[in-house]
Ligand binder design. Structure first.
Ligand SMILES: [Zn+2]
Length: 507
């Protein structure tokens, strides 16, 4: 007889043997290689930063994006996140910005000065001690080259953020940076060529009239060099912005990716606005590849760095769980699962859920959520545990079921040119407050309109009532206060917007 996880937790809690239940959970959710034997697990269960301060447990109100500060709080936040990743079953952590964001210094080496070298080495060791491989997020001809482009006219094209791919000197700079990073004990490279665009000089346009071909070639160039210098490093090729979000990859793009797949370990079609490889074509495409294939789990929140960490409450375990199962069934074996501050209760649960579902895709998504909430909140009875599960599911439904989608279910009505998120931005700073805090754009059009905001507020009201009812029935008191605070903040924002819209003079 098979007892599923939820039945077991309820029975164990009812019998007052919470400790036993937690021990059983630790055995089920273990992170050793053996714990995945015989289970349908992703090979690359990658936590994706994306930037070093996206997991920061405190806000950075006066910084600009992406903040590259690596101080005590940043280091502690990263290690705390690695702890959670390790418990949840991830095996890699991929981050941008450990040494530079927009611009490496001209001498390269001073990127590691002022104690940064020691901090980076401590972070690498902390990851390895916890069974997590560390992957370095590397810009390919762009991201990190602004100062070099300003300094060396030979690599300059029309794009201030992208070196000219036709110039030998650009390649020399790229190699210098790879060589520098290779001195550290990173386990792999995330190669990203396209987020800031390409070089559009006459020579580059003539040589690579097709955008994806340009990105493919420069990525392959770096992959070959890393393979030659350090054959055991994991190499991931990221295809963000390689193609049109509606049209996706052409047959030519796909054939070129098959060639690239001979040089890298994984190719990622992350899906900021849905995937470039549409789902009906995905299985056949994956079968053509010589490497693994992955996405970013179908949906994620990109956390704002300026505002309060409990400002939003967006668990999305149902959506990502369903996507991850479909991806696995199509042959996908890699996922770049976005992280966030673990002091945000929705982000914390999403992170833990992601690691567990990637470790065994056959598990029921509700069962995994139930286990995560049991471990994190330590409910003292079955009723409180059920209320927690209901609250996280309700919060997800209350937001996502009320987004203003067109009848096709793919495009938001107010954003017909792009498939819907993908990547959801929570908030942006505005000049009114010197860029500090953030406007909660996720509650505004095109994501929610009046009716959606009304329904979301009603949903959050029920979530808040639930949490108040069981406040004293969980072991993790501090975490419970963060949860309450997070639901409160989201509700404050949505009713403020709704009231402002209702009372503003109509023209
Ligand atoms: Zn060029």
């Amino acid at each position: 007889m098979t007892v599923n996880r939820r039945d077991f937790v309820v029975a164990a809690s009812a019998a007052g043997v919470g400790l036993l239940a937690n021990r059983a959970v630790a055995e089920v959710g273990g992170t050793s290689a053996d714990s995945h034997a015989g289970k349908k697990a992703f090979d690359d269960r990658i936590a994706f930063g994306a930037w070093i301060n996206d997991v920061r447990t405190e806000p950075l109100p006066f910084a600009s994006w992406p903040p590259d500060v690596l101080d005590d709080v940043a280091e502690q936040s990263i290690v705390r996140t690695i702890d959670l990743q390790s418990q949840a079953g991830y095996n890699m952590f991929d981050m941008f910005g450990l040494f530079a964001a927009w611009g490496w210094p001209i001498d390269i080496v001073s990127a590691a000065s002022d104690g940064r070298d020691a901090r980076v080495r401590r972070i690498v060791k902390a990851a390895h001690d916890r069974g997590i491989k560390l992957v370095y997020g590397l810009g390919v001809y762009s991201w990190g080259f602004d100062k070099i482009i300003q300094h060396d006219a030979r690599v300059k094209g029309p794009n201030p953020h992208a070196m000219c791919a036709s110039k030998d000197e650009s390649w020399e700079w790229q190699k210098k940076i790879i060589d520098f990073i290779l001195q550290y004990d990173f386990d792999g490279y995330h190669l990203e060529a396209s987020d800031l665009g390409r070089c559009t000089c006459e020579t580059c346009m003539k040589r690579w009239p097709v955008q994806a071909t340009y990105y493919n070639d420069v990525t392959a160039r770096c992959a070959d060099y890393i393979r030659q210098r350090a054959p055991d490093k994991y190499i991931a090729a990221i295809t963000i912005s390689w193609a049109d979000w509606n049209g996706g990859f052409t047959e030519e793009d796909k054939s070129n990716l098959v060639e690239l797949s001979k040089k890298v370990d994984s190719i990622f079609d992350q899906g900021h606005h849905g995937q470039y490889v549409k789902q009906p074509d995905r299985k056949a495409f994956i079968e053509r590849l010589h490497c693994k294939f992955g996405t970013s789990a179908g949906f994620w929140v990109y956390p704002p760095f300026r505002c309060h960490r409990q400002r939003w409450f967006l668990p999305y375990t149902q959506r990502t769980g369903a996507h991850i199962k479909e991806l696995y069934a199509d042959g996908g074996r890699s996922t770049l699962f976005y992280q966030g501050p673990v002091t945000n209760p929705g982000a914390e649960v999403n992170i833990a859920f992601g690691g567990k579902i990637m470790s065994n895709v056959e598990r029921d998504v509700n069962d995994v959520l139930s286990e995560v909430l049991d471990e994190l909140y330590q409910p003292k009875n079955a009723s409180a545990h059920k209320t927690l599960c209901d609250t996280f599911q309700l919060a997800e439904d209350a937001y996502f079921n009320n987004m203003n989608y067109d009848a096709d279910g793919i495009h938001l009505k107010g954003l017909p040119d792009y498939p819907g998120p993908g990547e959801l931005h929570i908030g942006f700073g505005i000049g009114l407050a010197g860029g500090t805090s953030a406007v909660p754009v996720y509650l505004l059009e095109p994501n929610l309109v009046d009716e959606g905001r009304r329904c979301y507020a009603k949903g959050l009201e029920v979530c808040l009532k639930n949490i108040c009812d069981i406040e004293n029935q969980v072991g993790a008191a501090e975490r419970m206060q963060r949860l309450k605070s997070s639901i409160y903040c989201a509700l404050d924002d949505v009713i403020t917007i709704a009231y402002a819209r209702e009372t503003s003079p109509k023209s």
